[in-house]
Design a protein around this ligand. Structure first.
Ligand code: TEU
Ligand code: CA
Length: 537
């Protein structure tokens, strides 16, 4: 089916941490290849590989120095071809990361661009003269701290970097830059990839006049509605109107390769849902976007409901992708632990919610094992923001520790000490142990993924929310004659609910388990939930 992505489930692999095949302590493509059965066996539609391209690894591959090759640390193009082939044999689509907003400062394009003000690529990055007093041209902040501008002594100019100093920002206003990144995309499409995850897709364009971003009065907003780094609205540094025309060029390219898809990352504190809607509305834009809207600490019915409702209000024809965990945030079992009866109860609740929301879904490697964030010492860190802002910000290493496959040393991930440690709490939840326990969260993930696949109402149906008492989230998914009422108790306390006002409730769907339905009365234990099939009428 060419629209497999609509309602599809994407499993994110963080290649450094999936499986090491050659004993250097770092995961690689051959390692992933050998573990594809695990992914396919879950019953997901696609795998998304975080960056595997040549890179100095200052931001673990999100600093690319060559868009059309594989870093030797991960393997070769031949390994990549083999991985695609096996994935396709197993019925898995392969989505790769495209980190196009910035390159590494070691990319030959930047090396050339910074060499003079007159070289052929002098305008490929965002260069700006200093203010009269020598300071940067405006107030734009870097996500990783400090100003977004770095001085270059050769050109006697600043260059823009929204992230690390070693991640200079490409100038998308230059048509040659657009052509170059589109050519890189074509390279991978011709190699057989099924789509792209676009890193920082909202950062492609900046205001050419370099106007100051307006301040965001923090006290008037909830913390997540303002920029957590710069206390300003990113009005001029990102989400510029020119991006729309460029994304249409991207979509036109993808449309040359039927069955492919795109998911844009909208890293945006201020208006994430609006931008997701804007970027996916219309069949000439991106297929899907995700944001950090569900990747934060908020865990309330109103929060989830408003994100989903606002998305479809903004883009009735758009399509979201929801994720609860990824390589940038504290794993959700740790983020939301204050709401948990037990980690497994919370894990079941979360996956059932995510898989019944309207939209596609990104899962993050290890969440099917019920992994919590790894506690690390400062000396074990590798992530630049963690190294810089410890202990207020511990960085992102805690969600990036290697997959535990077995009870062995290093969780069977590697024969040698891995780049990040596999600690006891994670190793205990290894794949082999959870496979052997039919009551494990791993089996539950598989079961619920299968349940979703078998229910068109969950994959592509409409969603209607109900007003119920506070810690409970309730909605129906419906398509054709089928309607499923989904009720989730987000608190750790048991709840008795009067659902008599809802459509004819018939039977508890077998997978939900942890609930009792008696007429219109539903009893849910803490973190309990019910998927209820509705009778006709
Ligand atoms: O993330 C962009 C982004 O918005 C994040 O930096 C986010 O704000 C932060 O991680 C929250 O903790 C993408 C990648 O996912 C991330 O790994 C990269 O570091 C970043 O882009 C730069 O390429
Ligand atoms: Ca390796």
């Amino acid at each position: 089916m060419s629209e497999w992505w609509r309602g599809g489930v994407i499993y994110q692999v963080y290649p450094r941490s999936f499986q090491d095949s050659n004993g250097d302590g770092i995961g690689d493509l051959r390692g992933i290849l050998g573990r594809l059965e695990h992914i396919a066996g879950l019953g997901v539609d696609a795998v998304w590989l975080s960056p595997i391209f040549p890179s100095p690894m200052a931001d673990m591959g999100y600093d690319v120095s060559n868009y059309t090759d594989i870093d030797p640390l991960f393997g070769s193009l031949a390994d990549f071809d083999a991985l695609i082939e096996k994935a396709h044999d197993l019925g898995l689509k392969v989505i790769i990361d495209q980190v196009l907003s910035h390159t590494s400062d070691k990319h030959p394009w930047f090396v050339e661009s910074k060499s003079s003000r007159t070289n052929p690529r002098s305008d490929w990055y965002v260069w700006a003269d200093p203010e009269e007093d020598g300071t940067p041209p405006n107030n734009w902040p870097s996500v990783f701290g400090g100003p977004a501008w770095e001085w270059n002594g050769t050109r006697r100019q600043y260059y823009l970097h929204n992230f690390l100093i070693s991640q200079p920002d490409l100038n998308f206003h230059n048509p040659d830059v657009q052509d170059a990144v589109l050519a890189a995309m074509r390279f991978w499409l011709e190699r057989g990839v099924d789509g792209f995850r676009f890193d920082t897709v909202n950062y492609y364009f900046h205001d050419e006049q370099l106007r100051d971003n307006p301040p965001a009065p923090r006290e008037k907003e909830t913390p997540l509605e303002v920029d957590p780094y710069g206390m300003q609205f990113h009005e001029f540094s990102k989400n510029r109107p020119e991006n729309i025309a460029f994304l249409k060029r991207v979509r036109a390219l993808l449309d040359e390769f039927p069955g492919t898809t795109t998911v844009g990352e909208v890293g945006e504190a201020h208006r994430p849902i609006e931008i997701m809607a804007q970027y996916t509305s219309g069949d000439d834009m991106l297929h899907m976007c995700y944001s950090f809207a569900m990747l934060g600490p908020e865990f309330s019915p109103g929060h989830f409901r408003s994100k989903i409702e606002n998305f479809f209000k903004g883009a009735p024809d758009g399509w979201p992708c929801w994720s609860f965990s990824n390589h940038d945030v504290v794993r959700h079992l740790t983020r939301w632990e204050g709401h948990a009866v037990t980690p497994d109860a919370l894990a079941r609740l979360a996956i059932a919610m995510q898989l019944t929301f309207k939209g596609s879904v990104c899962l993050y490697q290890g969440e099917e094992l019920g992994l919590a964030e790894t506690e690390l010492e400062y000396s074990e860190l590798t992530d630049p923001p963690g190294l810089r802002f410890w202990p207020e910000n511990k960085g992102r290493d805690g969600c990036r520790t290697p997959m535990p496959w077995t009870e062995e040393d290093h969780g069977g991930f590697s024969d040698v000490k891995p780049w990040l440690p596999v600690k006891a709490p994670q190793r205990k939840r290894n794949v082999a142990a959870l496979e052997a326990d039919p009551a494990s969260i791993l089996h539950y993930y598989r079961e619920f993924l299968g349940y979703r696949r078998g229910n068109p109402a969950l994959v592509g149906g409409e969603i209607t929310f109900y007003d119920v008492d506070k810690p409970v989230l309730a909605f129906a998914r419906h398509s054709g004659q089928t309607a499923l009422v989904c009720v989730f108790n987000l608190s750790a306390k048991p709840r008795t609910l009067d659902l008599s006002g809802l459509p004819a409730l018939a039977t508890l769907a077998s997978v939900s388990g942890r609930a009792a339905l008696d007429g219109g009365t539903l009893e849910l234990e803490g973190n309990g939930f019910a998927i209820i099939e509705c009778g006709a009428g």
